[in-house]
Write a protein that binds this ligand. Structure first.
Ligand code: IPE
Ligand code: IPE
Ligand code: MG
Length: 223
């Protein structure tokens, strides 16, 4: 299963405690660790996390640099844990506007974790879904099929979770979520637990995915 998470609510978590927003992002990093550890046992083989959007560059420079530093720290601290747990880490999104040391760290982590087969962890950084679709269309050329574009854009999402009570996609995986099951939770990202992830997965399994077809349940068939 491919699960994707819009990790939202770090700022509100910090505000409610009278802390700077960066403190929310720091605590959010611990939630990332919990989520990555819990995912494989819940049947998640690919996990895409929205860590920084293209539009997040519009935040105050101090917050942007705190986020970049935190990402670097996360990569430094987590690489050995990823290797030990069979996690293959990969970044998606633009790299040319990220700080050079962060790009170097990303490449190093991607290289060192390349052999992981338990979980494919995709971190969306400087990411815009619309931009990824434009790029795929450019690369594929004018006569490209839906399948060819899909292969360039990325794997379909089965389950999309957004935390913090917001119910929007904010330019995340628009193409890939064509038939995703959407789960919205009021939990703020820094408070997100393995239990919350398990609950979202259970909600996913309780849904009937029809992909435009008819129900598979004979009892509910009328003709
Ligand atoms: C999500 O939390 C983290 C990023 C977008 C980087 P926010 O920083 O958006 O937190 P809120 O939405 O302001 O509470
Ligand atoms: C989406 O959250 C981006 C990430 C979680 C990285 P935002 O907080 O930036 O989105 P909006 O502004 O609420 O749509
Ligand atoms: Mg937000």
């Amino acid at each position: 299963m491919h699960a994707a998470i819009i990790m939202d609510g770090n700022g509100r978590w910090a505000n409610r405690r009278g802390l700077p927003r960066a403190a929310g992002h720091r605590t959010g990093a611990a939630a990332v660790r919990r989520t990555v550890e819990a995912a494989p046992d819940l049947g998640i083989s690919t996990l895409t996390l929205y860590a920084f959007s293209e539009d997040n560059w519009s935040r105050p420079p101090r917050e942007v640099s705190a986020l970049m530093k935190l990402l670097g720290r996360y990569l430094t601290q987590e690489t050995s844990r990823c290797i030990a747990n069979g996690v293959r880490l990969q970044a998606i999104g633009r790299r040319d506007r990220l700080p050079a040391p962060l790009v170097a760290l990303l490449e190093e982590t991607e290289h060192k974790t390349a052999g992981g087969t338990r979980l494919h962890l995709r971190l969306a950084l400087d990411y815009s879904s619309r931009q990824s679709i434009v790029e795929a269309a450019r690369r594929a050329g004018g006569t490209a099929t839906e399948q060819q574009l899909s292969a360039l854009i990325g794997p379909d999402v089965d389950l999309l979770i957004r935390t913090s009570g917001e119910q929007r996609l904010s330019d995340f995986l628009l193409w890939e979520c064509a038939y995703a099951e959407l789960v919205f939770t009021p939990r703020l990202w820094p408070d997100f637990t393995a239990q919350d992830l398990a609950q979202a997965v259970a909600e996913f399994h309780s849904r009937e995915r029809r992909f435009g077809g008819v129900t598979a349940d004979p009892a509910r068939r009328t003709a």
